[in-house]
Design a protein around this ligand. Structure first.
Ligand SMILES: [Zn+2]
Length: 155
């Protein structure tokens, strides 16, 4: 039950090393036709790329609790203004990354608050793949975009 007991690397059957002994959770915050992306600092793993706020899940946390905690730590948002819509799981067998898709209420403000995050920005869903994306996020993005389009209305 210790805080941050999920911190650590997993040697995964897919051939990669992943962060998060209990898997990891991230949050994709949607506002209109935009999502909140975070520019990761150059010195972190797969740094200088864009992705969603997220990180290792602690053993006592639900996916949504883990994703919300990371969102607060990395972007300073008020998670009372978020409504979870859906959880997408990228399951590697030995490890998984769960992405919580959440709707932002009016008034939600995000800003970079820690060293791991360079900048946060609302990015139009159509323009996401123009950015240099974190490799794992890039892999899941086509499926995530399809899911998102189910939740957001036409332009
Ligand atoms: Zn893997």
């Amino acid at each position: 039950m210790a805080a941050r007991d999920g911190d650590g690397w997993v040697e995964c059957a897919c051939g990669n090393k992943h962060w998060g002994l209990n898997g990891a959770a991230g949050i994709m915050i949607v506002r209109g036709h935009e999502i909140l992306l975070q520019h990761r600092a150059p010195w972190v793993h797969n740094g200088d790329t864009w992705g969603i706020p997220g990180g290792a899940r602690d053993s006592h946390e639900t996916t949504i609790e883990g994703a919300f905690r990371e969102a607060i730590e990395e972007t300073g948002i008020d998670t009372d203004l978020l409504t979870p819509l859906h959880t997408f799981t990228d399951d590697h067998g030995d490890w998984k990354y769960e992405t919580v898709i959440a709707q932002a209420a009016t008034g939600l403000v995000a800003h970079e608050v820690n060293d791991e995050s360079h900048e946060v920005r609302w990015v139009d869903i159509e323009k996401v793949d123009e950015l240099p994306l974190h490799p794992s996020f890039a892999k899941s993005w086509p499926e995530l975009m399809k899911l998102l389009n189910n939740f957001i209305g036409p332009r």
